[in-house]
Design a protein. Structure first.
Length: 536
């Protein structure tokens, strides 16, 4: 090849390079995003027109490290560290920073850089693209603020409902407690009937309060399952038995049909299992005037670890029109507004049932025709229990004992009652007397600490919410004083809040157990018996 031919070839190659570079610049300047390039020394060698128009600076001002002058001072160091770290390791990077626009406003930029190489595979530097993501950032902040506002609103609602339930539960504890005590007294038949009516009304009011509180817990994600071992057949019979008095008054036949192959022991949330069943039976009785209600339980499937049970509640009541199907499990609604006026209720029961069944990974549904009864059912999978028992077993649901069994504790155990509500104080004192204890009551935390240091007690019942020194603070001071003596007196918390975290808060404060208000006499008796027995 002649020298002229070689010269022509070099000119052609140079022209091709210039043409290629010219095309690149034209394409780069037409791009709707910022483009940049750097050499193998990390210094920038090119910015397209978008970048220059955005920053309002010239190419000469931006080359090298001049571009960094437009970066917000709070982002500069992080930006340079990210760029150089990627550059040194020859890896792709994405970073976000604020870049000053020509009008002085800082805009959020997402910068995506990629290493580039020459035809001989030698490192040539980086090429990158930038997009303005300011609107996206603003949308993210607005979404975050909206989420925070929603969380705050949910918390405020939960706190309001919990406080409202507390305010209702406190006086209701006096009604329920005194009624329970009165019902255990010798009464004339007429008086017994009157007391039963009071008790039934109190139980109905308590059901409304519990619905509100349960719905609050579910909505705020505070409700958790408590897994215990239990006998499903026994649990169903016990639940059905609760309604024996009500069905007699309405002349309704209520019975349970339990398949023989139902396992004798499973693991699940017994309380929630019975709550769903109780609600379905209660609804069936409420909407049935005469006729019958049948509870059926059958096994639908079984494998090595689980057994699925379907619980069916069938009634011959008023039925549900097809038009109401879509809203039957929605909160604050019933099939017909006239039913609310006639039968009462919060409209929360079935909504709570649905949420509880779903929390137990089950399903719930119904079949019904207007005027021709309804059949509600729920199906859940329960863990099969092997021959070796699990760590916790559900307590038998026997009738409460009326006094602590002799021989399990010292005679007439001395119990300090710390309760600032005078009515609740009387209720608790009477309950303790009924089970053979010697109660001593005070109305505030300061008095509790003083009397505790002066007299010896076998047990302390501590109200949590008191004016002045509350139950948590009083317990802390008692525990602090006990460190000097090496003793430990059981302290049982009394609270009307009964929300998630209360039990843990009580235990962290140094309390040994927890009783919620209104006080269930059976739970109260069992708890006192357990802790008094440990003081022998």
């Amino acid at each position: 090849m002649s020298t002229r031919d070689e010269s022509d070839l070099k000119m052609t190659a140079e022209e091709l390079r210039r043409e290629t570079e010219n095309r690149f610049r034209i394409m780069a300047d037409c791009a709707p995003v910022a483009l940049w390039m750097s050499g193998p020394d990390s210094l920038c060698t090119f910015f397209n027109q978008w970048w220059l128009t955005f920053t309002g600076r010239t190419m000469e001002e931006e080359l090298g490290t001049g571009w960094a002058e437009g970066i917000h001072h709070e982002d500069l160091q992080r930006c340079m560290d990210t760029y150089l770290a990627a550059f040194n390791s020859r890896r792709e990077f994405v970073m976000e920073y604020r870049l000053r626009r020509a009008d002085g406003e800082y805009r959020w930029i997402r910068d995506h850089g990629t290493p580039r190489y020459n035809p001989d595979k030698s490192f040539a530097g980086y090429i990158g693209s930038c997009v303005d993501i300011t609107e996206h950032k603003q949308a993210e902040r607005e979404m975050a603020r909206a989420h925070e506002a929603a969380v705050e609103a949910s918390q405020l609602k939960s706190e309001f409902l919990a406080n409202m339930s507390h305010e209702i539960r406190t006086p209701l504890n006096g009604v329920v407690g005194m009624t329970e005590i009165l019902s255990r007294s010798r009464l004339l038949p007429k008086q017994k009937e009157q007391v039963d009516i009071i008790k039934l009304s109190a139980d109905s009011l308590m059901a409304v309060v519990n619905d509100i509180l349960d719905f609050s817990k579910i909505e705020s994600g505070q409700l958790e399952l408590d897994i215990v071992e239990f006998n499903p057949a026994e649990a169903i019979r016990e639940t059905v038995k609760l309604f024996s008095y009500g069905v007699k008054k309405k002349k309704i036949e209520l019975h349970a049909e339990i398949d023989s192959d139902i396992p004798a022991s499973v693991a699940g949330d017994l309380t929630r299992f019975k709550q769903v069943l109780k609600n379905l039976i209660d609804n069936a009785i409420k909407f049935t005037d005469g006729g019958k209600v049948t509870v059926r339980v059958r096994k639908t499937s079984e494998n090595k670890g689980n057994v699925s049970l379907r619980v069916i509640v069938q009634d011959s009541g008023v039925g549900i029109p097809e038009s109401a199907r879509a809203r039957i499990f929605k909160p604050f609604s019933q099939a017909d507004s006239s039913l609310t006026r006639r039968y009462g209720g919060t409209g929360l029961g079935l909504a709570i049932c649905k949420r509880l069944v779903e929390l137990m990974n089950g399903e719930i549904d119904f079949e019904s025709r207007d005027g021709d009864g309804s059949t509600f059912w729920f199906e859940i999978a329960l863990r099969k229990v092997s021959a070796s028992p699990i760590s916790r077993r559900a307590k038998p649901q026997n009738a409460a004992t009326t006094e602590i069994k002799a021989g399990k504790r010292k005679k007439n155990p001395k119990i300090l009652v710390v309760e600032d509500n005078p009515i609740n104080q009387k209720v608790i004192v009477e309950m303790l007397k009924r089970i053979g204890c010697a109660p001593f009551a005070v109305g505030d935390g300061e008095a509790a600490i003083q009397i505790f240091s002066e007299k010896g007690f076998d047990l302390v019942l501590m109200d949590c919410q008191m004016s002045g020194l509350n139950g948590f603070e009083a317990t802390g001071q008692i525990r602090k004083n006990e460190k000097n003596t090496g003793s430990h007196t059981p302290i049982i918390a009394l609270t009307a809040h009964a929300v998630k975290g209360d039990r843990e808060k009580c235990l962290e404060a140094g309390m040994d157990d927890y009783i919620s208000k209104p006080i269930d006499f059976q739970v109260f008796t069992t708890t006192i018996e357990k802790w008094v027995a440990k003081t022998r």
